[in-house]
Design a protein around this ligand. Structure first.
Ligand code: ADP
Ligand code: TZD
Ligand code: MG
Length: 579
């Protein structure tokens, strides 16, 4: 029996019609929609897809593990508002990419996981095909939408649906299943071109109703101690000017969530970052701008927030279901942040500034906390503790505000978040809503690829280990990434002992491991830092060079605390078992 390709050739040979196939249609569909980069790992059945994409001018960044490629795609989505693309092989490659797809969805970032798959007829009868798996069914509960394309003429519409699903409304992850046979399906090139779809207005503006705006303005005008919380949805929205106008126009103190740091500089006079507890506890009206009342904000209730009923929330979010998720929202503002703040800014022009005593309460607390911290940061100790090492890196980012900071770990994460000030939007990339270890190298690589800016990745030694093999990828693409490993010999600390004395404790690693040698193995530059001065000098040298570098920063193994700042979430056994 003739294949589709042969049949088309036979019937069209006389006229010498130009042909296209599934491979080319996927690439054309992505390019037509402005997608220029693919992150992935090659193999059956998508090797040629990556090769052809590269040949057709797309940037194809090949990783050592799909999870890292997926994390790169997720961060690309956050940074660009276009879906980041992760391309994987079937079953195992797909599953490796799936964690990142779920992570993107959890964080509300647009991403499309495209995986090759085995043929339906074989999968459905479970006949034991190579990497056989019903990938579509498995992906569905872990993402926003999942589609499978069976016919080449549907590739255009399939890609269009995937893009729209990823970026419209609340952004998220989308799975696109492409069975092996699809790629070699052939059709006339002209018909193929006609079948492509350029998505029009992929993420339509969502404008809040006038009643909702009025309600919010009334609540805000009744406030004595208002507070604005900026979340990573605000960073994603790229409505930086409206956000600045809203904060500065109202004069209300603001608190940035982790990845919203830098929307307004952390040294802004209205920043309440260093007075977080006071701001949460004492405020009476809280405006949430693209921030959910999830665990990161203690669900909007409990000790941190003061007595029940002492707060009114105004929430700006594109997702209507987010309202009342944990506590009552007095004034829901459903819409995109740019449109909502545009309306609010108009309605609030000329409104009175918050009372001076509230601003003073925040500022006094802030100044006290900042000077307490300054003493800890300035020490030039050896071995370094987290504070002295982070003091050096705080200075690096102050001098290089355009650099992108990637950050993961426990102590390394929590302390860096508090200590390193950010000055510009979308410059801090971290573990997100789930607190995922292993996002570091994928994030760093995507940040460098998407922005061309220098990247400083500040990594716990454990966190780094989850994606450490990607230093080869960093070197292969010669990216301007400087990695600093906070090497305290383990997870949280490096001093635990196995109570039986048989094995290493579960939280410790090989002591004094030389992560810098890993970088050297692939042609990058390795450094070994034992003091904050050395660390600063080495980071500066590496970032000036703009080439792959890894600095092994030796941190006192006893300095950290278990689970960093979230020890309260870490259950501990209270039972002593009798022998
Ligand atoms: P953080 O962890 O920084 O507090 P979250 O991830 O919890 O932030 O919240 C981000 C919120 O932003 C989500 O509820 C999401 O629906 C919302 N969001 C994302 N993009 C937009 C946008 N363009 N306009 C309005 N809301 C948005
Ligand atoms: N696995 C995944 C995917 N995510 C996680 N968050 C964890 C495991 C648990 N975990 C944390 O929450 S932090 C952490 C783990 C393993 C590592 C902390 O060690 P570190 O940082 O070396 O990265 P510090 O500086 O030593 O605290
Ligand atoms: Mg560690």
């Amino acid at each position: 029996m003739a294949t589709t390709a042969e049949k088309v050739k036979e019937t069209t040979a006389a006229e010498e019609v130009d042909l296209t196939d599934g491979f080319h249609l996927v690439i054309d569909a992505l390019k037509l929609n402005g997608i220029e980069t693919i992150y992935g790992v090659p193999g059956i059945p998508i090797t040629d897809l990556g090769r052809l994409a590269q040949g057709n001018g797309m940037r194809v960044i090949s990783f050592r593990h799909e999870q890292n490629a997926g994390n790169a795609a997720a961060i690309a989505g956050f940074l660009t508002k276009k879906p980041g693309i992760c391309l994987t092989v079937s079953a195992p490659g797909f599953l490796n990419g799936l964690t990142a797809l779920a992570h993107a969805t959890t964080n509300c970032w647009p991403m499309i996981l495209i995986s090759g798959s085995s043929e339906r007829e074989v999968v459905d009868l479970m006949q034991g095909d190579y990497e056989e798996m019903d990938q579509l069914a498995i992906a569905k509960p872990l993402c926003k939408a999942a589609y499978r394309v069976l016919h080449a003429e549907d590739i255009g519409i399939g890609v269009a649906r995937a893009i729209r699903a990823a970026v419209s409304g609340r952004p998220g992850g989308v799975y696109l299943d492409l069975p092996a046979k699809l790629f070699s399906q052939v059709m006339e090139a002209a018909k193929g071109e006609q079948s492509l779809v350029k998505v029009i207005d992929a993420a339509p503006a969502q404008i809040p109703g006038p009643d909702a705006v009025k309600r919010a303005v009334d609540v805000l005008k009744g406030a004595k101690k208002p507070l604005i919380i900026l979340g990573k949805g605000a960073a994603y929205a790229q409505a930086d000017e409206e956000i600045r106008k809203f904060v500065e126009g109202t004069g209300i103190p603001f608190l940035p969530m982790s990845m919203a740091k830098g929307l307004l500089p952390d040294n802004h006079p209205q920043s309440a970052g260093a007075a977080r507890s006071t701001a949460l506890l004492e405020s009476d009206v809280v405006v949430l701008v693209g921030a959910r009342l999830n665990w990161l904000l203690s669900h909007g209730k409990g000790k941190q927030w003061g007595p029940r009923g002492s707060k009114k929330f105004i929430q700006i979010d594109i997702e209507p279901k987010e309202m009342d998720s944990n506590v009552e929202i007095a004034a829901p503002l459903v819409g995109d942040i740019g449109s909502v703040l545009g309306e609010l800014n108009k309605a609030l022009s000329g409104a009175p500034k918050p009372a001076a005593d509230w601003v003073k309460t925040i500022n006094d607390k802030k100044e006290a906390n900042i000077s307490k911290m300054a003493a800890k940061l300035g020490k030039n100790s050896s071995p370094m503790d987290f504070h002295s090492a982070l003091g050096a890196l705080k200075q690096v980012i102050k001098e290089r505000p355009d650099a992108i900071l990637v950050n993961e770990g426990a102590n390394t994460l929590d302390l860096a978040r508090g200590i390193i000030d950010m000055y510009k939007p979308r410059k801090r990339l971290d573990v997100g809503t789930w607190g995922v270890m292993g996002v570091g190298m994928g994030s760093a690589i995507a940040a460098a690829v998407e922005t061309g800016l220098p990247v400083l990745a500040v990594e716990g030694d454990s966190a780094f280990g989850f994606s450490g093999m990607e230093v080869e990828t960093v070197c292969r693409y010669n990216l301007p990434i400087t990695i600093v490993i906070f090497n305290n010999n383990g997870i949280y600390r490096g001093v635990d002992k196995d109570p039986t004395g048989r094995d290493p404790a579960t939280t410790v690693f090989v002591p004094d491991a030389r992560y810098d040698k890993m970088m050297e193995a692939f042609g990058g530059k390795g450094y070994y830092a034992t003091t904050p001065d050395e660390l600063k000098r080495m980071v500066d040298e590496a970032m000036d060079a703009g080439k792959p570098a890894l600095i092994n920063a030796v941190i006192d193994p006893a300095a950290g605390s278990e689970s960093g700042n979230i020890g309260n979430l870490n259950p501990q056994s209270v039972v002593t078992k009798k022998k």
